[in-house]
Design a protein around this ligand. Structure first.
Ligand code: EPZ
Length: 429
């Protein structure tokens, strides 16, 4: 079957203004949260990406009505009567596990397919389960499915997470909001997408305090008191960071609009340390660079630490720096696969367990490469723009999962990038 790829010419141009879409890693959970309000919720600034389409299918499978009107999703969950998600959809997108908490909150039970791992790691959900068990949920695994019941109802508890897991915090929140009594979540995730979810849940009638801090308190309310709302998804900080890296790599100036700069403090600090000039406004960030890229040391950590979802993009910057950089990946166990693809373009990277030593090189050459996860795919396209010659990026389904119209936005910034099917591309012989 013909495969769609992205073809990139190394013209080294990426400058101008681009508006980022709504945050994928928020919108998916906001969609799941609509299950807690029996009625019609309008979600604005929802990105047009394949993961959103899959989550829409998951909600439709449960009985919801989901209509898209441009970047607004209108979700009516009044008709939802099912609490089981099909394996086929969960296996397509592991983030569907985000419906576990709200289904338990709404029905007191759920049957969801166990999410698989992915290229970057096992993606276990033990913290989700331990936390929900503390709230009175009982789990049984049954032929690849997770059966959740609450024989004595959902009861508030004091939960301490081993690790500030984003997904575990979200599932816990969406069950705790309708538990009997108060829930405390210690060592909660602090990502901006968590704050976005807290704001929407509170607009639906929940009583959550401490969103964005590691100590959150949830005062349970009756399930039937939760109601639909209208909510606008925050801008996608990882998409914004990806374009800013492109601007830093090519020199810019490049401005991203529709993003709260406070979401990217660490990434901006690292860009400045590498020799970039960064200006910010209420909802925009501009990057430019005249001098050489300086090497950098990066440790990926939960927010507000350096985001793992920008690790591949900064590895690309480090590959072009004047000197040697060190990158440590502390969040996922296998998120350095991008390095091997970048090496095919001439990068000089040594991987030792969770550490990458990146020796800067003067230039990269275009080459056929393969995207190993959505962030690596986006970074490979940027690498191609900065390289000499043509780059063909395969497995671009990963990119389409998390970047709305990535090719179109790059072209609007002067890049020579296009989608093509392999049949259209003359084999280089
Ligand atoms: C979310 O994944 C994001 N995905 C990821 O973005 C992001 O990298 C990650 O948070 C960290 O910021 C979505 O929101 C859809 P975690 P999530 O639970 O919730 C381990 C992207 O590129 N863990 O914070 O799965 C886990 O295996 C994607 O947009 C357990 O061991 O992240 C991982 O190593 C990639 N047990 C680490 O913790 C658990 O119960 C962080 O996971 C839960 C997590």
């Amino acid at each position: 079957m013909a495969e769609e790829i992205i073809i990139v010419q190394g013209n080294n141009v990426l400058t101008g203004d681009v508006v980022v879409s709504g945050a994928k890693n928020s919108a998916l959970k906001l969609m799941a949260a609509t299950l807690l309000g029996r009625g019609t919720t309008s979600l604005h600034n929802v990105p047009l990406i394949s993961d959103i389409a899959i989550m829409s299918e998951v909600l439709r499978c449960l009985g919801a009505q989901v209509d898209r009107q441009d970047h607004t999703l209108v979700v009516d969950t009044a008709p939802v009567e099912k609490w089981e998600t099909p394996y086929e959809l969960v296996s397509k997108m592991r983030a569907s596990i985000a419906v576990l908490g709200p289904l338990i909150g709404r029905f007191g039970q759920a049957r969801v397919a166990m999410p698989g791992g992915c290229q970057i790691g096992a993606r276990n959900i033990d913290m989700h389960l331990v936390g929900l068990e503390a709230l009175g949920v009982m789990f049984v695994t049954d032929h690849g499915f997770l059966e959740a019941t609450t024989p004595h109802g959902l009861v508030g508890a004091h939960v301490v997470l081993d690790f500030p897991s984003v997904g575990a915090t979200e599932n816990l929140l969406m069950a705790a909001v309708v538990a009997e009594g108060t829930t405390v979540i210690e060592n909660a995730a602090r990502e901006p997408e968590i704050v976005d979810l807290v704001n929407m849940l509170n607009a639906m009638g929940a009583r959550i305090t401490g969103g964005g801090s590691s100590l959150m308190e949830v005062e349970g309310v009756p399930s039937e008191s939760m109601h639909p709302c209208e909510h606008t998804t925050v801008g996608d900080r990882i998409e914004a960071g990806t374009f800013l890296v492109g601007g830093a790599l090519m020199g810019g100036p490049l401005t991203v609009h529709g993003i709260d700069p406070s979401y990217l403090r660490m990434a901006v600090m690292k860009l400045e340390s590498m020799g970039c000039d960064v200006q910010t406004g209420a909802d925009w960030i501009t990057v430019r660079r005249e001098g050489p890229l300086a090497p950098i040391d990066i440790q990926t950590l939960p927010h507000p630490g350096f985001p793992t979802d920008l690790q591949a993009q900064f590895m690309l910057l480090a590959a072009r720096a004047e000197g040697t950089s060190a990158i440590t990946e502390n969040v996922f166990e296998n998120r350095f696969m991008f390095a091997a693809e970048l090496a095919r373009m001439g990068a000089d990277i040594t991987i030792e367990d969770h550490h990458a030593l990146v020796r800067g090189v003067d230039g990269l050459q275009g080459a056929p490469v393969s995207s190993t996860d959505l962030r690596a795919g986006a970074a490979l396209v940027l690498a191609g723009i900065s390289a000499e010659g043509e780059t063909r990026v395969h497995n671009i389904g990963h990119v389409d999962r998390g970047y709305e119209d990535y090719v179109g936005k790059l072209c609007s910034l002067g890049a020579e990038v296009a989608r093509a099917t392999v049949d259209d591309v003359q084999p280089s012989c």
